[in-house]
Design a protein around this ligand. Structure first.
Ligand SMILES: *Cc1c(COP(=O)(O)O)cnc(C)c1O
Length: 436
């Protein structure tokens, strides 16, 4: 066992690429044995409380009996068939559910295999929508700074130009337009003047704009910022006024995270196109969806190409759809909103003790998302050693230590997460530049 363990770790370190780290000098990776409920069990024996939901995806905890059962049942019928010319009940049921649950007007569904792809699909839809009407000039995207929409090319072209690594791919990226990031936080007093620069960009560029794309309410990987719902209302008005499609990227926020089923509900608006992913399968398999209005779908279909030009091999994978259906049923049949509110009030109460601590710039909470923004960048390898020692799994980036645990988390486990942060941030080696 010990030899197998070190062999695996060594091979991984030398040959297996992990996300956002060097191949020649990678950040350490911990070997996972199994996971259950809110716990990830390492091969080295530690049982860690998962504060990350495996990047926003795990909703009901790991190894959930209902989700396992849905997969067992489906695997004995059919694991995969092509979606060209064939269809199946799990995909049909899922699309029906998504149409029912999502904001009004979103009535056509395009399934794909990952969040970034669903963003590509949304962007292609918006461009093809105008192309079909002979308006091929309307092919650019307007977005805001501090956004994150995925790692494929069109998605990257609407990520924050600084943190999104635009300079590396500058020569090949679509040249899109950036408004300032929404500046009024969700709990601050709304100021109409704060959208002036945005309105000017719409006024100046609408003839070349296919769509405006944004993560509703929560700017995730681009800074973990929670902004005011009136911003989205203004965007909806500007999109209508200037004839620009509105794409809402709900890949991180969709299906409950913020305390609403979809973050668009905070502003009571419907986008023209919406992307879902991450938690869609309860964190079991990769699946994404791009929803659009009947009008967008019809316009594209009546255009020159007469169809939408996209079709991933694993489109509508039956296993992924079956587990998505089970996960959504589980969510909807539970008192999920009370649970998210409960997690929110636990976080608010317990995270207070970090306010004013050394290097803590700000703490903020929305729904089941909690953020501790530091004044210095975190040394991920160092701080994770302390976290693992304290029995928690939290993966910070930049100055942000953030959590969005599975909804099955209990009060005492939230205490443990906050305790671990309180403990780890006392060590100078957990930060890249010290303030003194
Ligand atoms: C994670 C994420 C994506 C990309 O999804 P992948 O499945 O990683 O391709 C896109 N948009 C948002 C808002 C995300 O959080």
């Amino acid at each position: 066992m010990t030899n197998l363990y070190t062999d695996l770790i060594d091979f991984d370190k030398n040959y297996v690429w992990h996300p956002y780290t060097s191949m020649s000098n990678p950040l350490p990776s911990y070997l996972v044995d199994s996971a259950q409920g809110v716990h990830i069990k390492l091969a080295s024996g530690e049982k860690l409380i998962d504060g990350m939901s495996s990047w926003w995806s795990v909703l009901h905890g790991y190894n959930h009996p209902a989700l396992n059962q849905a997969l067992h049942q489906q695997i004995d019928k059919v694991s995969h068939v092509m979606f060209g010319g064939l269809t199946h009940e799990p995909a049909i049921t899922l699309c029906k559910k998504l149409i029912e649950l999502s904001p009004a007007g979103l009535e056509r569904v395009f399934l794909s295999d990952s969040g970034s792809v669903s963003v590509e699909v949304a962007i292609k839809m918006s461009i093809q929508y105008w192309q079909s009407q002979g308006l091929s000039n309307k092919s650019k995207l307007l977005t805001v700074r501090n956004g994150y929409h995925g790692d494929t090319f069109a998605a990257m072209s609407v990520c924050d130009p600084v943190t999104g690594m635009h300079q590396i791919f500058d020569k090949v990226l679509m040249k899109n337009l950036f408004a300032p990031a929404p500046s009024i936080a969700i709990d601050e007093h709304w100021d109409e003047n704060s959208t002036q620069a945005l309105a000017e960009l719409f006024a100046q560029h609408h003839q070349e704009l296919a769509a405006f794309i944004i993560e509703p309410i929560v700017q995730g990987t681009g800074g973990m910022r929670f902004y005011h719902p009136n911003y989205l209302k203004t965007v909806r008005e500007l999109c209508d006024k200037y004839k620009v499609l509105f794409i809402a990227d709900e890949i991180a926020t969709g299906l409950g995270r913020t305390g609403k089923l979809f973050a668009c509900e905070w502003a009571d608006i419907s986008p023209d196109i919406m992307c879902l992913g991450k938690t869609l399968t309860g964190g079991y398999l990769s699946l994404a969806a791009t929803l659009c209005t009947e009008h967008v779908a019809t316009t594209i279909s009546n255009g020159e190409a007469s169809c939408f030009m996209h079709g991933p091999t694993f489109m509508g994978n039956p296993l992924a759809c079956a587990v998505a259906n089970a996960s959504i049923d589980l969510l909807i049949s539970s008192d999920w909103q009370a649970k998210v509110n409960q997690i929110e009030s636990w976080f608010i109460e317990k995270i207070k003790r970090l306010t004013g601590a050394k290097r803590v710039a700000q703490v903020r909470v929305l729904g089941s998302i909690a953020v501790v923004e530091m004044t210095d960048s975190v040394n991920v390898a160092e701080i994770q050693k302390h976290f693992v020692q304290k029995g928690v799994w939290i993966r910070p980036f930049g100055k942000l230590i953030y959590m969005m645990p599975p909804l099955v988390i209990e009060e005492q486990q939230i205490d443990t997460l906050i305790d671990a942060i309180e403990y780890a941030i006392k060590f100078d080696e957990c930060f890249i530049s010290s303030t003194e």
